[in-house]
Design a protein around this ligand. Sequence first.
Ligand SMILES: Cc1cc2nc3c(=O)[nH]c(=O)nc-3n(C[C@H](O)[C@H](O)[C@H](O)COP(=O)(O)OP(=O)(O)OC[C@H]3O[C@@H](n4cnc5c(N)ncnc54)[C@H](O)[C@@H]3O)c2cc1C
Length: 385
Amino acid sequence: MISNSEGNEKRLSEIRSFVRDVAIPAEVEVVEKNCIPESIVDVMRKSGFFGWSIPKEYGGAGLSTEELALANIEISQAATAFRARAGTNTGIGSEGIVQDGTKAQKEKWLPRLASGEITACLALSEPDAGSDATALKTTAIKLDKSPEQFLINGTKRYITNAPIADLFTVFARTNPSDLSHKGISAFLITKDVPGISAGPEHKKMGQSGSPVSEVFLKDVLASRDDVIGGELGVGFGTAMKALNKQRINLAALCIGPAIRLLDEALVHVKKRQQFGKPIAEFQLVQAMLAECKVEIEAAKSLVLETARARDRGEDITTQASICKYYASEMCGRVADRVVQIFGGAGYCADIGGPIEMLYRDVRLFRLYEGTSQIHLLNIAKRILK
Ligand SMILES: Cc1cc2nc3c(=O)[nH]c(=O)nc-3n(C[C@H](O)[C@H](O)[C@H](O)COP(=O)(O)OP(=O)(O)OC[C@H]3O[C@@H](n4cnc5c(N)ncnc54)[C@H](O)[C@@H]3O)c2cc1C
């Protein structure tokens, strides 16, 4: 299997070293300063973390879906900010270009994204368009005097890495009279184009060090060359292709924190003594540990099998939703149990270390890239067909 290839084993071992020796020791600083030190981002750049999913011919590692899932399971064992820093480049910020970009767009952007020289983000959600992303109101209106040029106006909300992004994939309605997904096109806009700006960082529950903000577009001038693939009206399809793959990525990214939480719990239960013995000896505590292990293994098997199916060229649309739903809910349950296992130390960061942070960090997984409810609806719709 591809996953056992020597190159990938070496990569996974490098990621493990990064997580253990660089990222985890820096977690407190990242939370306190609410950013990842640039020296660590440089290590991530040099280690190729920004280009995992980008094809080799454009400077990336060209990982298969399975290899990427395995890499994501490793990197996400450190605080989520680390993987989120590179995650928009090797994920939603580049995937639209990889899938549907013209050759010129791929040559222009992918090598710079793969090296981490620039940072990308995907700007789909809006104040009135969340779960129903097709309701987006941002418009890209053709200029009368120059029909190959557009003026983009609108507001995007909750955009990961927007405050530090150089390249924005902006979804806008090029056909205002078509309120369906067919009226939407995807534009590549750089931060230096007049009229585009990121708002102040949202004040989030968790994931400190991963900047997220609104994006304001006021009379932003774009040309036909900025439209992904050069074709109008297919932008929503591009977003769905990117998000379909991303659902497997995200499911894998839910497994890493769950593994970390269980590892932390396994150490804690042997050290913490109550009633004259380690709490590991209490069967009710053992049950919580075992339940965590069962669910982690189930999620891992599901995600890796779905990744392999995608690599075989199978349609994994339903499975991707199942993965995203199950892995994100699983991670929430594991985090909750581990807080329980730690007792007060799970609630107080100064006593219990990373548990309180991880509990808050993983809450987002059930919300973004399709809430759990939206995935359940999607799964139900597809199996009822
Ligand atoms: C920190 C963060 C980072 C993000 N990063 C990005 C990003 O990089 N790019 C981007 O484009 N977006 C991003 N998002 C947006 C994210 O994808 C949306 O928040 C998500 O899709 C949910 O939309 P909403 O928040 O508007 O919730 P809503 O759509 O308002 O949903 C609210 C509640 O209603 C439920 N609901 C909605 N519709 C239905 C229905 N039909 N049936 C049953 N229940 C329903 C939902 O499940 C949820 O429980 C991010 C969000 C956050 C919080």
